[in-house]
Write a new protein. Structure first.
Length: 215
């Protein structure tokens, strides 16, 4: 990052604070002004596109909603719309290799301007969740996922009895807004952070009885 760009970025918080204090400036849309300033401070390069800063309707409405809570009917409408976007596994196989899933959960790398292969992205799952017991560093923004499959009675993830929780888990990883309109969880499959195969591996980490998560 060059010096002039760094100075511009550092100036953004101070500028926004100054704008927030100018409440008497009638007719100014501060959200639009702030958005324009941020967009003008970045550029598309490699696989990192400025378009990633553009919110879709769901994100925009949740950002503006008091305490991130939408009216029930609108929340349900957003969930239904996002449920339709879930891409189910093409070959019908929901689980991959839990060992690869653990690597993805640990890896927060990806989608930067120096990356060339989107498949190299990680899931960064430990940033928000407790998962495998041997990892002592994890976030608490999301619920603990330790013993995720075991606590839900998943003995054989490929059985008909396990199908509802298996499908829910896939859908939640792919597009969390399908189940919670204003979820803070990244829509990992929907926005292309993780590929279909990578989602399978994370699924195995959570649901495979042989995974340390379920021991």
């Amino acid at each position: 990052m060059n010096t002039s760009k760094t100075l511009r970025l550092l100036a953004i918080p101070a500028t926004l604070l100054a704008l927030a204090g100018c409440a008497t400036m009638a007719g100014v849309n501060y959200d639009e002004l702030a958005s324009a300033m941020i967009r003008n401070s970045f550029r598309s390069e490699g696989i990192a596109s400025v378009e990633r800063l553009t919110q879709d309707d769901a994100n925009r409405e949740c950002s503006l909603a008091p305490e991130g809570k939408l009216p029930e009917a609108r929340g349900k409408a957003i969930e239904e719309a996002n449920l339709k976007t879930i891409k189910w596994p093409a070959n019908g196989q929901f689980l991959g290799d839990w060992r690869e899933g653990e690597k993805l959960a640990q890896n927060g790398r990806g989608m930067t301007w120096t990356d060339t292969d989107p498949k190299a992205n990680g899931g960064n799952c430990y940033n928000c969740h407790q998962i495998a017991p041997q990892e002592i560093s994890y976030g608490t923004i999301g619920p603990s996922l330790y013993q995720y499959g075991k606590l839900r009675g998943v003995v054989d993830p490929r059985s008909a009895a396990a199908r509802p929780i298996v499908e829910y888990t896939w859908g939640k990883i792919w597009n969390a807004k399908a189940y919670n309109a204003c979820s803070n969880m990244p829509r990992l499959g929907h926005v292309g952070v993780l590929s279909e195969d990578q989602v399978r591996h994370v699924m195995a980490l959570l649901l495979d009885p042989n995974s340390p998560v379920n021991k």
